[in-house]
Design a protein around this ligand. Sequence first.
Ligand SMILES: Cc1cc2nc3c(=O)[nH]c(=O)nc-3n(C[C@H](O)[C@H](O)[C@H](O)COP(=O)(O)OP(=O)(O)OC[C@H]3O[C@@H](n4cnc5c(N)ncnc54)[C@H](O)[C@@H]3O)c2cc1C
Length: 402
Amino acid sequence: MVTSSRSFDVVVIGAGPAGGYLAGKVAAAGYEVALVEEHREIGEPIQCGGLVTPRVFEYVHCKETIIGSVHGAELYSPSGRKLVIDGHQTEAVVVQRAMFDRAIATDAVRKGAHTFLGAQAQAARREDGGVEVILDQDGAPKTLRCKLLVGCDGVRSNVAKWFNILRPKKIIPGFEVEMTGVQGDPGYVKLFIGNEIAPGFFGWIIPSGDTARVGLCLGEGNAFAYLERMLLRPEVRQYTKGAQPILYIAGGIPLGFPKRTYADNVLVVGDAACQTKAVSGGGIFTALTCSDLAADAAIDALEAGDYSARMLHRYHRAWTKSIGKELRKDLAIHESFAKLNDEHFEELFDIFDSPDMLELIEKKGDIDFPSKVGWALLREDPRLLKYVGKALRAMIAKNVGL
Ligand SMILES: Cc1cc2nc3c(=O)[nH]c(=O)nc-3n(C[C@H](O)[C@H](O)[C@H](O)COP(=O)(O)OP(=O)(O)OC[C@H]3O[C@@H](n4cnc5c(N)ncnc54)[C@H](O)[C@@H]3O)c2cc1C
């Protein structure tokens, strides 16, 4: 069979936030970039709560996709006890995720990137000093050749597999239902903690304009079954009673810290490189931050005409020495949190339920850098030491050994 074939400087697999942003930045530097997406519509299906800090708009210019803003959190303990944390200003915004991804990809196209939609990357191999990628675009085979292949292909990255880049230690399952008719103050995210609700992680209600996203992630198990049970609990039902589902969202969050996010002619970025915050499961801000660094490394490699692993290592070094420090601490905090039982959570609620502690959380809380508040709380109340063995070691390490 004759296959059509085209050549590019860079081929990016996956048009999520990481891929769309990288494609735009490299195209704007004057290089030929292909952005390949297996779905026919960028941004669909949605696999996200869409909660981000306003920091993401330092990278992408699509504030029109914001559908809500949040200034605090209502936290529920396993027994249903409530703590309110109010930052008194916009701490996070909620975006319409499909529109958000499409806006990033549209910007990439404006900057000169070429999109291939409905095109699944099925294989890739090194050939003649570059990479050959085989696509299936709506049943028709296509070959793309490039100097540099960038895997922004999400949590189950094939690019990482094809080039023997280590995969996540664990992918934790998540399930979310978008509902209409959810009650409660839309300025607050609601978080539900406890081993009956979501062992190893937590449940949430994220207000999203006219609707709200009710979901959870788990250390392991059937996330849908847990979500069904969570929806029956009184502390959740006070918000969701009478609400109706309009969209189900399933997905996984990669946890782990890859030793290598590059190979000869190859980079992996975003969920494909486990660049997710293990404390919250959020990955959009970190994907964009790392994508920015990956784009710089790609441009340097193209300018130098050197696509060797030795050259591309600069990307790995750049992200591990910056945002990677926080990601490693977040992983340690998550691992400590996942070991706690419901009695521990109630004890923690006792400790946090004081004006000084709440004020500290309100002042220092930052969903992109959760270790900052963790550290401040530990200094304020040493009783917390009992709960955070591994996390503490990661927080006090001057050089986290990256
Ligand atoms: C239930 C849930 C809720 C979440 N909520 C939040 C939240 O509120 N805030 C937040 O910041 N993060 C959240 N996240 C995490 C966030 O969705 C991801 O971290 C983020 O999407 C990572 O972006 P990415 O560009 O790396 O990958 P993705 O957005 O996953 O994009 C990867 C793209 O690659 C495409 N692709 C994959 N394989 C191929 C192939 N072979 N060929 C062609 N295309 C391919 C996919 O179709 C996809 O479009 C949530 C995750 C889950 C599971």
